[in-house]
Design a protein around this ligand. Sequence first.
Ligand code: A2P
Length: 332
Amino acid sequence: MATKIPTITLNNGAKTPSIGYGTCQALDEELEKALEKALEAGYRHIDTAYVYQNEKVIGKVLKRWINDGKLKREDIFLVTKLPHAGNRPEGVVKYLKRSLENLQVEYIDLYLIHGPYGLPDFEGDFPPKDSNGNIILDMSTDHIAIWKAMEEQVDAGLAKAIGLSNFNKSQIERILKNSRIKPSALQIELHAFLQQNELVGLCKENNILVIAHSPLGNPGVNKIAEKLGQKTDHPDILGNPTVKAIAKKHSKTEAQVLLRFSVQQGWLPIPKSVNPERIKQNLDIFGFQLDKQDVNELKSLDADITVLDYRRFKGVENHPEFPFKDRIKTKN
Ligand code: A2P
């Protein structure tokens, strides 16, 4: 039996399950198998993006489930994202139509602008780089003009809801002041070590759903380094003693504690996993409750530590809309 997942109502009136399945980093056959397991387990909110290069596989699996009568389109809450290379008004409809075709659907439940800085429109691996390894940027990104084009996709019925990802507070405020259709969601990195209270507060005040990517702190980076015998400065949230103690107290895994914390904070976590047991385990978080003391202890782990290392994108901070100037170095 698939797990029954509580729902959250968005500001457009649509409902989404309160936990989703993250697909960033998974591709091809590995993702095809994992998504089968995720749907069997009961995930119905699926998160992808044009730049993840996995929309076609997701479309194939969803189509199969729909054709087999195991699923109706409206049972799924599908999220995808406008790539940075499409961050201009004419890019919105171009890339949204590509995503619809890849995913083999007529509409997207939630279409997000993937990030606030723009890249030139290019085909190829993300990100485009010059001969010195610097990311090639399009400095002319105009959020208000892009947002108008996003609103037109709602009018056209191609996106049921629209939102943002990786935008900072002042960028969101500017969109809120200059929009006809308000953003329904903000997807950001969010976990015990990076709780972003101010940004989350702004979203709550404006009825914007907060989606937490990397809710486990993306521990895969540590596992790879361990296998290669390499040292890494990647934070280890699953290994944190407070998280471990709370997991022991509830006879749950560290991951379940972190995901339960996300849900209790009102965030919608989208953990990634390609492992069938962990896929199931991550959904099994609705039969227990963290108490006030647990929550306070987890809140106290907030240390502005990010796992998404922007140093990978050399020179990205030079873009006028780069959102996290203070976060260009991973603090650890
Ligand atoms: P795997 O696919 O082998 O399960 P995040 O969503 O925070 O970015 O984390 C994703 C990473 O966390 C993946 O490497 C995934 O590896 C691992 N992961 C997912 N679920 C669990 C879990 N329950 N316990 C430990 N690691 C997990």
